[in-house]
Ligand binder design. Structure first.
Ligand code: ADP
Ligand code: MG
Length: 293
């Protein structure tokens, strides 16, 4: 590859909303055959809203929103922002937590108004030997089957509520997946979210393979495993929890709308957060290198 041809390729990249870290990136871009896509913020908008609150018998909804909202206000997770915003809208001013810990991939815990509060995946409650009452378990299953994320709320050792949050699939995602497929790539959806939610989103955008309920630190192992199968892997992500996987992938594509950690770890940035630019990047790399071989 001559430097001039590569420069032409990367200049065109900038026009398409693709920033390429160095000319050597084009070579790996050309070769990828598998594309792993993070769900939240990559395939979906990542702008979640609180849709519903299901409470345990004898639990007051406003109290759920006050305590859960107060804790989530301290977290930057898209789920947390949905809960905090929804809670503030319905329950008014939220108290300030006396203590707060973020547990990546699981949720948050802390002390609010003297109560020990947990907000997050059912697994977080299970770790503290708490289970959801049957009617909340059912509400959770129904929400997830519909593609919504169900978040459990507990305090003082008891499960108290299930919150439903959801974000929308980006308008451009389905078309992007079609284009990636037509370039011969196999798309795989990777997420820390629940299996049912992941499958609903995958079906909506035309992805057949789903790897769900993966802890943030384990996303990198999913990429390694695919590489061990002999695949050349591209990974697209936006979150802090995607950074290691982006670095491990043969080609890391970061959403320009995402976190600095993801952008630093990636080889290539999709400036506008539009997944179609991933397909453009691959086409561009093949074209640029193709003409000089
Ligand atoms: P993703 O891979 O979709 O970007 P994460 O690995 O960050 O998601 O989180 C996985 C799951 O953990 C989320 O779908 C959510 O159910 C739960 N979770 C993570 N952080 C929080 C939080 N602050 N509040 C509630 N739930 C959370
Ligand atoms: Mg994400």
């Amino acid at each position: 590859a001559t430097p001039t041809a590569l420069m032409v390729g990367t200049g065109r990249g900038a026009q398409l909303g693709i920033l390429i870290k160095g000319p050597e990136v084009l070579e790996t871009t050309r070769k990828v055959d598998t594309i792993v896509l993070d769900k939240t913020g990559t395939v979906t908008t990542g702008k979640m809203t609180l849709l519903a609150v299901h409470t345990a018998d004898g639990t007051d909804e406003t109290e759920v929103l006050r305590l859960a909202g107060a804790l989530e206000h301290a977290s930057e997770h898209p789920v947390a922002q949905a809960v905090a915003t929804g809670a503030a809208a319905k329950a008014g001013t939220l108290p300030t937590p006396e203590d707060f810990v973020n547990i990546p991939g699981l949720g948050v815990q802390g002390i609010v108004d003297g109560h020990a509060v947990l907000v997050g995946r059912e697994k977080l409650l299970a770790d503290w030997a708490m289970t959801l009452p049957v009617h909340l378990e059912r509400a959770k299953a129904e929400a997830e089957a519909a593609g919504r994320t169900a978040i459990a709320v507990a305090w003082d050792g008891e499960a108290r509520a299930v919150l439903e949050v959801a974000d929308a699939v980006k308008e451009t995602s389905a078309e992007a997946i079609r284009r990636l497929r037509s370039l011969g790539l196999t798309p795989i959806l990777l997420t820390g979210d629940n299996q049912a939610v992941a499958e609903a989103v995958a079906a909506e955008v035309g992805i057949e393979q789903v790897i769900a309920e993966v802890m943030p630190q384990d996303k990198v192992d999913v990429v390694k495993k695919l590489q061990a199968e002999g695949r050349s892997v591209a990974m697209v992500g936006d979150g802090v929890n995607d950074a290691a996987a982006l670095a491990q992938a043969d080609l890391g594509l970061a959403m320009g709308t995402g976190t600095d950690a993801a952008i630093e770890a990636g080889d290539l940035t999709l400036v506008r957060g539009d997944l179609r630019a991933a397909a453009d990047a691959i086409r561009l790399a093949r074209k640029t290198l193709g003409t000089i071989r």
